[in-house]
Design a protein around this ligand. Sequence first.
Ligand code: PLP
Length: 465
Amino acid sequence: MRYLSTRGRAPVLDFEGATLTGLANDGGLYLPEEWPQFSAAEIRDMRGLPYPELAARIMAPFVGDSLTEQELLDLCQQAYGNFSHVAVTPLVQLDGQHWLLELFHGPTLAFKDVALQLLGLLFETFLARRDNPLTIIGATSGDTGSAAIHAVAGRRNVEIFMLHPEGRVSEIQRRQMTTVSAPNVHNIAIDGGSFDDAQAMVKRMFADSALTETLNIGAVNSINWARLMAQVVYYFAAALQLGAPDRKLAFSVPTGNFGDVFAGYVAAQMGLPIERLIVATNKNDILARAIRDGDYSVGESHATITPSMDIQVSSNFERLLFEANGRDAAALGAQMDGFGSSKALTLDPRQREGIAALFSAERATPGQTLKAMRWAYESCGEVIDPHTAVGLHAARSERLDPAVPVVTLATAHPAKFPDAVEQAIGQSAPLPARTGDLFSLEERFEALPADYDTVRDHIAARAAR
Ligand SMILES: *Cc1c(COP(=O)(O)O)cnc(C)c1O
């Protein structure tokens, strides 16, 4: 399979190249040249497959010649063997129409593990073929940092440096990063800085020739195609259990960077009968405005009880804009250049129509989020996290044919967000036994001042060579 940039001016790559590159060098995002198709008979044939086998079957056409079938299956077995539930992403029924797809049974209790556990293995496999070890540098305000650290901890040819603003991430999130003892994991707490300061330093490092000329620097954010590819699998897993390909269904997806819900779009292109994809947002509703009104303009950023969705610019939305304009890279490049300078973009009629055919959007206020958590608890005995609750609120607000099952993606374990859970239902969710010693393990991190040269020199001295 060949991979092209949405802006059309970057080299065409194979799967291995697209995985190691992340962002295309023309500022665009990589997408496969065409969508692999599964017939109804082929989808029917996937029923009952164990998750790792289903994953290998769905990802094989995307991986192409970069891995043999056996190598891909081995990696899937290794990645999904780290999950605490044998079904990997179990489906839980709420009522006659609504279901939860639990994506939080990985090591850091958020859905990002599903993709990152595999990505860590893909990095290790591909890097072993090259004599060029990778230094991953990132900044985190929470979930991504811990999932990325757990994905590459102890892997060969990779060092990871994760910056977090000291005192600005929750204690659970910090401990999930700092208690990992593998020597290739380097946590850096930026003293007196915000997340934006840490993020700005990372961006500056990617553009700093003193670093990039001597090091092979990589990123693990959700613009990486391999992450989206791995997320396509659980849409199939859920749909197969609910009767696909012989029955349509809908998904509601708590959305931030538009990675997770774009994977649902990919599943639909591959032949899964998806009736609707509901983009669920909190008060940071740029996506809801774009999908409903064609207005993709950056507003003020609000802090909410769903911090992993407090995002203004959803990087992966560019992929959908590209698809919806008939894959016209030149037109999209011009549209994105305009967005870069004015922070606003108006969808053209073709894009609006194409997107409206599959997507709708719903917004949840904090009150509606807490109410959805109470409904799940009081009516179904399920304790859910606030991000999942934004999705559930959206799912229940959307007027769909009652015969169409609606699956809400449960993106985090409720124990990760104890304050919101306590506020909603008056009790907290215990951490699962597998993270039980988080509070007794020793923490390891370096506290550095918010000074660019100090942080860069610290990383350069310890980077992969
Ligand atoms: C990252 C995250 C999201 C948003 O996912 P995107 O792929 O960025 O849209 C939602 N919920 C939780 C708990 C997350 O960690």
